[in-house]
Design a protein around this ligand. Structure first.
Ligand SMILES: [Zn+2]
Length: 66
């Protein structure tokens, strides 16, 4: 399990945990290379903003640990 950076404030830590929980529920973090939109999804989908299929997808368990 990924640990939060130690410099997080309690408020930032809560937001981090919410973001992880959100990603865990939907499983896939998505980033549009076309318009730079970010969202989470349970299935691979095109960008909801611009419709591009140039989408970077990262499963929640693959978040970089830094
Ligand atoms: Zn887009």
């Amino acid at each position: 399990m990924t640990n939060p950076p130690s410099q997080f404030t309690p408020e930032e830590l809560q937001q981090w945990q919410l973001a992880i929980a959100e990603a865990d529920r939907h499983n896939i973090w998505c980033h549009c290379r076309q318009c730079d939109a970010e969202w989470v999804a349970s299935t691979p989908v095109n960008c909801p903003d611009c419709g591009s299929d140039r989408v970077e997808r990262i499963s929640c368990w693959q978040f970089p640990d830094d």
